[in-house]
Design a protein around this ligand. Sequence first.
Ligand SMILES: Nc1ncnc2c1ncn2[C@@H]1O[C@H](COP(=O)(O)OP(=O)(O)OP(=O)(O)O)[C@@H](O)[C@H]1O
Ligand SMILES: [Mg+2]
Length: 325
Amino acid sequence: MDTLDRSAGEPTTLCVTALLTWDHRTPEFTGHQRHPTTLNPPTIHKQPPKKSDLHYPPGNQPQKPHVTPHKINPVLHNLTLTRYIAPLREGGSLPAIVEADDLGTYVIKFTGAGQGRKALIAEIITGELARRLDLPVPELALIHLDPLIARAEPDPEIQELLRASAGLNLAMDYLPHSIGYDPTTHTTDPHLAGHILWLDAYTNNVDRTWRNPNLILWHRKPYLIDHGASLIFHHNWPGAPATLTRPYQAQDHVLINDHPDLKAADTALAPRITHDLLTEVTRLIPDQWLTDEPGFPTPDDVRTAYTDHLLARATNRAWLPELPR
Ligand SMILES: Nc1ncnc2c1ncn2[C@@H]1O[C@H](COP(=O)(O)OP(=O)(O)OP(=O)(O)O)[C@@H](O)[C@H]1O
Ligand SMILES: [Mg+2]
């Protein structure tokens, strides 16, 4: 969990954009790369990467390039926020870098943000499914926020957000010196691209596009972030069954030009989505984020609805998109 320890001893080859990101040792935010906003997606003609491009030392070739196994905690860690460090103003929900009582640095996603608690539920379900499917995601935790912390904050907008977010919020391990993935310069191998696209199609994540990749590179490896816009069905439970098999719109996906091997991903991942897996993941959602859901008497009833819906999607995968050849 401690990003300071983990980054020690890692290679320090940083490019210019990396130097523009926040440095946890000198707490000042000096700017962040944003993707250019244009009216049409850039046309990118990419060839699948050749084996010779991967540059692994002889005799040390990994089975699945770029996929790192992750330790899986049976519960999310419970932290307490000790210091608000800096806002991440490029995030629409005004996430921030904070310090917690374990001295780690985290990105916090606030319950009081406009996107509401459901965005945080989607972060947990999709992020923790991704982790269990061996996709790279920063560790998630729950973080307790004492609204008194707002008193030390000069910006009235942030003060208001802190006050509105008293109690439990979502934390994500902060990956220092990470850079935003840029589909015009970065390439992902078809195996990993297929797995990421499959996850996004399965969870109906509309927020991993060339406009807003929500992929960051840390020590040259991609990490999936920002799953708050996935699981759109939970914004309208009565209408959820009608969306079960609706095909996923993949044309704007950030990895669409990387020749994603969706067939291989479907063969590998669909059998891994089981009732037990979904039960394990939905148990990670705190009860207080599941109360007051119209039509559901208890938090466990909402968990069951997520599990049933996602299990039905894993069984009938008519939502799989057709990809351009
Ligand atoms: N774990 C992390 N480590 C390092 N940087 C991060 C991390 N999570 C997010 N960021 C940075 O913060 C930015 C905003 O995060 P994120 O996309 O999760 O916020 P959001 O409010 O949901 O944004 P959006 O406007 O895309 O909806 C990211 O683009 C990335 O630059
Ligand atoms: Mg984002």
